[in-house]
Write a protein of this length. Sequence first.
Length: 158
Amino acid sequence: MLKIVKMLVVTVIAGALMAGGVYANDAGRSCDDREKKHGEMFDKMTKELNLTADQQAKLKANKEANRAKMQTLREAMKANRAKFREAVKQPGATRASVEPLVTEMKALQGQMADQMVDGIFAAKEVLTPEQFEKMQSKMDEKMKEHKGKNGDWKHDKK
């Protein structure tokens, strides 16, 4: 089970790498700052993986396509959550009355997960098996660094 969770976490990070720039609430950073940081991360990963110019171009194109789709899904999710919050506030709100909104949120979450997986496999098609393995290893390292800064992850607690 822990191996599956770990793989899912690595998948999420790789998806985030492929999705690029727009993240909600990045503590005081402007969108330009986030874009610059993600560009630097991409450049560093390019060097570490010894990507060819063709691989770089394909990954950038994949990243931009994935980013646009994810942004559309995030905006739809944000609008749906706002509708849900308003619906729940209504005096006569019942589980049945908000169920269509909950169903839509679940569908959007599923689409986001599918998009993330599509991004990972698009990268896997571009990279050699060795490059993909190295990328996963780097992602594991980043997760460990992130974990150390923010305490234990819930699934790692015993």
